[in-house]
Design a protein around this ligand. Structure first.
Ligand code: ADP
Length: 184
Protein backbone atom coordinates (compact mmCIF):
# COMPACT_ATOMS: atom_id res chain seq x y z
CA UNK A 1 0.00 0.00 0.00
CA UNK A 2 1.28 3.45 -0.90
CA UNK A 3 2.09 5.68 2.03
CA UNK A 4 2.13 9.04 0.25
CA UNK A 5 -1.55 9.63 -0.20
CA UNK A 6 -4.09 12.28 -1.03
CA UNK A 7 -7.81 12.35 -0.37
CA UNK A 8 -10.11 14.40 -2.59
CA UNK A 9 -13.85 14.91 -2.33
CA UNK A 10 -16.57 17.54 -2.07
CA UNK A 11 -17.11 19.41 1.19
CA UNK A 12 -19.12 17.19 3.50
CA UNK A 13 -18.15 13.89 1.85
CA UNK A 14 -16.65 12.72 5.13
CA UNK A 15 -13.08 13.19 3.96
CA UNK A 16 -11.76 14.40 7.29
CA UNK A 17 -13.23 11.49 9.24
CA UNK A 18 -12.01 8.89 6.76
CA UNK A 19 -8.58 10.51 6.51
CA UNK A 20 -8.13 10.51 10.27
CA UNK A 21 -9.17 6.87 10.64
CA UNK A 22 -7.02 5.72 7.75
CA UNK A 23 -3.99 7.51 9.17
CA UNK A 24 -4.47 5.89 12.55
CA UNK A 25 -4.89 2.48 10.91
CA UNK A 26 -1.72 2.63 8.83
CA UNK A 27 0.39 4.95 11.00
CA UNK A 28 0.98 7.97 8.81
CA UNK A 29 0.44 11.64 9.71
CA UNK A 30 -2.84 13.28 8.74
CA UNK A 31 -2.00 16.56 7.01
CA UNK A 32 -5.23 18.58 6.88
CA UNK A 33 -5.01 22.22 5.86
CA UNK A 34 -8.49 22.80 7.34
CA UNK A 35 -7.32 21.50 10.74
CA UNK A 36 -4.08 23.52 10.51
CA UNK A 37 -5.93 26.71 9.58
CA UNK A 38 -8.52 26.26 12.35
CA UNK A 39 -5.64 25.76 14.78
CA UNK A 40 -4.19 29.12 13.70
CA UNK A 41 -7.60 30.74 14.21
CA UNK A 42 -7.88 29.23 17.70
CA UNK A 43 -4.39 30.35 18.68
CA UNK A 44 -5.11 33.82 17.32
CA UNK A 45 -1.99 33.96 15.16
CA UNK A 46 -1.60 36.65 12.50
CA UNK A 47 -2.36 34.04 9.83
CA UNK A 48 -5.38 32.84 11.79
CA UNK A 49 -6.76 36.36 12.05
CA UNK A 50 -6.41 36.79 8.28
CA UNK A 51 -7.82 33.36 7.47
CA UNK A 52 -10.89 33.41 9.73
CA UNK A 53 -12.94 35.84 7.68
CA UNK A 54 -12.10 34.03 4.44
CA UNK A 55 -12.97 30.64 5.91
CA UNK A 56 -16.23 31.85 7.46
CA UNK A 57 -17.28 33.13 4.04
CA UNK A 58 -16.51 29.76 2.47
CA UNK A 59 -13.77 31.16 0.23
CA UNK A 60 -10.24 29.86 -0.25
CA UNK A 61 -7.27 31.11 1.72
CA UNK A 62 -4.63 32.39 -0.77
CA UNK A 63 -2.51 29.69 -2.43
CA UNK A 64 0.86 31.06 -1.24
CA UNK A 65 -0.22 30.83 2.40
CA UNK A 66 -1.47 27.24 2.31
CA UNK A 67 1.41 26.11 0.09
CA UNK A 68 3.96 27.48 2.60
CA UNK A 69 2.07 25.83 5.45
CA UNK A 70 2.02 22.42 3.74
CA UNK A 71 5.65 22.69 2.67
CA UNK A 72 6.70 23.28 6.25
CA UNK A 73 4.52 20.42 7.55
CA UNK A 74 5.82 17.93 4.98
CA UNK A 75 9.41 18.81 5.90
CA UNK A 76 8.83 17.50 9.44
CA UNK A 77 10.47 14.21 10.31
CA UNK A 78 7.26 12.25 10.85
CA UNK A 79 6.21 12.89 7.24
CA UNK A 80 9.41 11.45 5.77
CA UNK A 81 7.93 7.95 5.34
CA UNK A 82 4.40 8.87 4.43
CA UNK A 83 1.47 11.22 4.89
CA UNK A 84 -2.14 11.67 3.91
CA UNK A 85 -3.06 15.07 2.52
CA UNK A 86 -6.63 16.16 3.19
CA UNK A 87 -8.05 19.46 1.92
CA UNK A 88 -4.91 20.22 -0.06
CA UNK A 89 -4.48 20.75 -2.98
CA UNK A 90 -7.73 22.59 -3.66
CA UNK A 91 -6.60 24.49 -6.76
CA UNK A 92 -4.49 23.72 -9.83
CA UNK A 93 -1.64 26.03 -8.66
CA UNK A 94 -1.61 24.18 -5.32
CA UNK A 95 -1.42 20.83 -7.14
CA UNK A 96 1.48 22.07 -9.25
CA UNK A 97 3.28 23.45 -6.19
CA UNK A 98 2.86 20.08 -4.47
CA UNK A 99 4.73 18.35 -7.29
CA UNK A 100 7.64 20.72 -6.68
CA UNK A 101 7.51 20.38 -2.89
CA UNK A 102 7.55 16.57 -3.04
CA UNK A 103 10.05 16.18 -5.87
CA UNK A 104 10.44 12.92 -7.80
CA UNK A 105 11.59 10.87 -4.78
CA UNK A 106 8.52 11.53 -2.67
CA UNK A 107 5.88 11.80 -5.41
CA UNK A 108 2.28 10.91 -4.52
CA UNK A 109 1.45 7.20 -4.81
CA UNK A 110 -2.33 7.30 -4.79
CA UNK A 111 -5.25 9.72 -4.80
CA UNK A 112 -8.59 8.62 -3.36
CA UNK A 113 -11.65 10.51 -4.58
CA UNK A 114 -14.39 10.12 -1.99
CA UNK A 115 -17.68 10.47 -3.82
CA UNK A 116 -21.00 11.59 -2.31
CA UNK A 117 -24.15 12.97 -3.93
CA UNK A 118 -25.03 16.69 -3.42
CA UNK A 119 -28.08 16.21 -1.21
CA UNK A 120 -26.07 13.98 1.12
CA UNK A 121 -23.20 16.48 1.53
CA UNK A 122 -25.38 19.53 2.24
CA UNK A 123 -27.33 17.57 4.85
CA UNK A 124 -24.15 16.35 6.54
CA UNK A 125 -22.54 19.80 6.64
CA UNK A 126 -25.57 21.58 8.06
CA UNK A 127 -25.82 19.05 10.89
CA UNK A 128 -22.21 19.76 11.92
CA UNK A 129 -22.47 23.34 13.20
CA UNK A 130 -18.96 24.70 12.54
CA UNK A 131 -18.62 28.53 12.32
CA UNK A 132 -18.15 28.25 8.53
CA UNK A 133 -21.17 25.99 8.18
CA UNK A 134 -23.85 28.66 7.64
CA UNK A 135 -26.05 28.04 4.64
CA UNK A 136 -24.49 30.83 2.60
CA UNK A 137 -20.91 29.77 3.36
CA UNK A 138 -21.78 26.19 2.48
CA UNK A 139 -23.22 27.32 -0.84
CA UNK A 140 -20.02 29.27 -1.55
CA UNK A 141 -17.83 26.29 -0.56
CA UNK A 142 -19.69 24.00 -2.93
CA UNK A 143 -19.42 26.53 -5.78
CA UNK A 144 -15.70 27.02 -5.09
CA UNK A 145 -15.25 23.25 -4.97
CA UNK A 146 -16.96 22.75 -8.33
CA UNK A 147 -15.02 25.53 -10.01
CA UNK A 148 -11.53 25.13 -8.54
CA UNK A 149 -11.15 21.72 -6.88
CA UNK A 150 -13.26 19.30 -8.94
CA UNK A 151 -10.99 19.78 -12.01
CA UNK A 152 -8.23 18.12 -9.97
CA UNK A 153 -10.11 14.81 -10.34
CA UNK A 154 -9.26 14.82 -14.03
CA UNK A 155 -5.75 16.11 -13.32
CA UNK A 156 -4.99 13.10 -11.09
CA UNK A 157 -6.83 10.71 -13.37
CA UNK A 158 -4.55 11.78 -16.21
CA UNK A 159 -1.58 11.25 -13.91
CA UNK A 160 -2.79 7.67 -13.37
CA UNK A 161 -3.15 8.14 -9.63
CA UNK A 162 -6.90 8.34 -9.10
CA UNK A 163 -9.14 5.75 -7.45
CA UNK A 164 -12.83 6.39 -6.72
CA UNK A 165 -14.56 5.34 -3.54
CA UNK A 166 -18.28 5.52 -2.77
CA UNK A 167 -18.55 7.69 0.35
CA UNK A 168 -22.16 6.76 1.16
CA UNK A 169 -22.63 4.29 4.00
CA UNK A 170 -21.51 3.62 7.55
CA UNK A 171 -18.14 5.11 8.54
CA UNK A 172 -16.51 1.67 8.97
CA UNK A 173 -17.96 0.43 5.73
CA UNK A 174 -16.51 3.39 3.80
CA UNK A 175 -13.14 2.98 5.54
CA UNK A 176 -13.05 -0.68 4.46
CA UNK A 177 -13.63 0.43 0.85
CA UNK A 178 -10.80 2.97 1.07
CA UNK A 179 -8.41 0.39 2.52
CA UNK A 180 -9.44 -2.11 -0.17
CA UNK A 181 -8.77 0.22 -3.10
CA UNK A 182 -5.41 1.24 -1.65
CA UNK A 183 -4.38 -2.38 -1.12
CA UNK A 184 -5.42 -3.38 -4.65
P1 ADP B 1 -14.20 20.74 4.44
O1 ADP B 1 -13.56 19.44 4.77
O2 ADP B 1 -15.50 20.95 5.12
O3 ADP B 1 -14.26 21.03 2.99
P2 ADP B 1 -11.74 21.99 5.40
O4 ADP B 1 -11.64 21.73 6.85
O5 ADP B 1 -10.89 21.19 4.50
O6 ADP B 1 -13.29 21.90 5.00
O7 ADP B 1 -11.44 23.55 5.11
C1 ADP B 1 -12.15 24.59 5.73
C2 ADP B 1 -11.79 25.94 5.11
O8 ADP B 1 -10.38 26.19 5.24
C3 ADP B 1 -12.04 26.05 3.59
O9 ADP B 1 -13.36 26.38 3.30
C4 ADP B 1 -11.04 27.14 3.20
O10 ADP B 1 -11.51 28.43 3.53
C5 ADP B 1 -9.85 26.83 4.08
N1 ADP B 1 -8.90 25.92 3.41
C6 ADP B 1 -8.60 24.64 3.78
N2 ADP B 1 -7.72 24.09 2.95
C7 ADP B 1 -7.45 25.02 2.00
C8 ADP B 1 -6.63 25.05 0.84
N3 ADP B 1 -5.91 23.98 0.47
N4 ADP B 1 -6.60 26.19 0.11
C9 ADP B 1 -7.32 27.26 0.47
N5 ADP B 1 -8.12 27.31 1.53
C10 ADP B 1 -8.19 26.21 2.30
Amino acid sequence: MGRRLLMLGPPGAGKGTQAEMLCRAIGIPHVSTGVMLRDHVERGTELGTRAKEIMDAGDLVPDDIVIAMVEERLAAEDAACGFLLDGFPRTRPQAEALVEVLGPERALEAVVNLEAPDREVVERILSRGRSDDTEEAVRTRIAVYLEQTAPLIEYYETAGLLTRVDGVGEIDEVLARVVAVLAA
